[in-house]
Design a protein around this ligand. Sequence first.
Ligand code: HEC
Length: 136
Amino acid sequence: MKKVTTTIFVLTAITLFSFTKPAPPQDSKTRGKALYETYCLTCHQDDGSGVPKLNPPLSKTTWVNGDKKKLIKWVLSGSTDKVPIDGVTYDNNMPPQDYLKDEEIADVLTYVRSSFGNKSSAVTPAEVKAVRATIK
Ligand code: HEC
């Protein structure tokens, strides 16, 4: 009798376990947030506000919310030119982020374009791939 009880218990456990679904895949914005925290946050800050005179904000800037091709190119190439950002110059350089995969650039820019008060459309890996091909 004990054996039967054990068998039933084991079968129930296996059945329950097989019904437990794996965690749902994360969406682009969620993955982008994690990438942002790893690769961009130190300079552009948690809330995208930047650091006065050093690193520009990513909230509501023309670069972030404007032409996606220019934005992707900027992030892949970085900048040492002290380009004025909406009329203000910043002393730091932005290192090229071209070590990130197409999907990663797409995810991080999708996150940035829909956070910090920004409400712009998502960026796809295909768009990043197309821009990367023009700068290699
Ligand atoms: C070492 C500091 C640093 C890191 C890390 C960094 N940036 Fe920047 N970023 C800068 C600086 C400095 C500028 C402005 C450079 C200039 O004006 O020439 C800039 C400019 C920008 C701009 C264009 C201007 C604006 O504010 O809209 C975007 C977009 C941007 N960065 C996104 C990112 C993203 C996304 C990441 C992470 C993948 C990142 N940056 C990582 C320092 C950094």
